[in-house]
Design a protein around this ligand. Structure first.
Ligand code: IPE
Ligand code: IPE
Ligand code: MG
Length: 259
């Protein structure tokens, strides 16, 4: 990952009036409100919202890459979302396959590496295969890591980590007192990602819905009223502006930080 930002990125950051030294390195997004958007537009099916949600994700990815942000992680499908009507789940999975196929050239052109977290083996075979093809094809790209959370549950992720650690202890590979944050993080799906600095949730909902519970311990939270399909670069900039006004104290006092 290049720490040195190229001049186009610097110009973009400056033109938006952001402090270049305080850009988030990792942004996570709970993309919510597709169904309500479709209803508001007068569509008879929620699927139209999901289709337009894909367009919004493409725009977000481009805007994020333009700012030189290194990691973007988006909640695309939760474990709990499997409980939606069969037709909606099927449409979402088909949409995923289609989007993966269509977006590959865009990812390549912009140097974006695709990554995925979640219980991926529960995805339909076609989606699983396409996902791995795109991840493999983009594995050497190094401008932005786009992580899709698919069939994702943070509680399950934490439980799996606990089980793997318990197994290592049982086999004598690890002592219980050696289990620390580092050991734990190594067993999370996100082991190769830094923790998010900024978490955005759209559609006016104020909850986390089982997303990255461990990883957002010190993330700044930004809630936007915009329904996901309407989310544009402007909404992203508003979130970053909000983020830059926060004082991240990590438990210290303001005086300590400003010394
Ligand atoms: C987010 O939009 C997309 C997924 C959860 C897959 P929703 O489908 O949850 O839309 P609302 O929240 O019902 O409006
Ligand atoms: C969270 O949205 C999951 C995704 C955005 C993929 P939901 O719409 O499923 O969340 P709840 O049910 O409103 O909490
Ligand atoms: Mg929702």
């Amino acid at each position: 990952m290049s720490a040195v930002k190229d001049s186009r990125i610097i110009d973009k950051i400056n033109s938006l009036g952001f402090d270049i030294d305080r850009m988030p390195k990792h942004i996570a997004v709970i993309m919510d409100g597709n169904g309500r958007w479709a209803k508001k537009q007068g569509f008879f099916t929620r699927i139209k919202g999901h289709e337009n949600g894909v367009t919004a994700l493409r725009e977000l990815t481009t805007s994020t890459a333009e700012l030189g942000i290194e990691y973007l992680t988006v909640y695309a499908f939760s474990t709990e979302n499997w409980n939606r009507p069969k037709t909606e789940v099927k449409a979402l999975m088909n949409l995923l396959v289609g989007a993966l196929k269509d977006e590959l050239p865009v990812l390549q052109k912009n140097g974006i590496r695709l990554n995925a977290i979640g219980n991926l083996t529960t995805l339909p075979q076609k989606a699983f295969k396409e996902l791995h093809e795109v991840m493999n094809a983009t594995k050497n790209n190094n401008h932005l890591v786009l992580t899709l959370a698919l069939s994702y549950s943070s509680k399950t992720e934490i439980l799996h980590a606990a089980q793997k650690i318990a197994m290592d202890v049982k086999q004598g590979k690890l002592q219980p007192e050696e289990v620390d944050e580092g050991t734990f993080e190594k067993h999370l799906f996100t082991h190769n990602l830094p923790d998010p600095d900024l978490l955005i949730r759209t559609s006016g909902e104020f909850r986390i819905s089982n997303f990255l519970l461990w990883q957002i311990a010190y993330a700044e939270l930004h809630f936007s009223d915009t329904l996901w399909p309407d989310f544009t670069g402007k909404d992203l900039y508003a979130a970053i502006q909000d983020y830059q006004q926060r004082e991240r104290r990590f438990g210290k006092t303001s005086e300590q930080l400003n010394k």
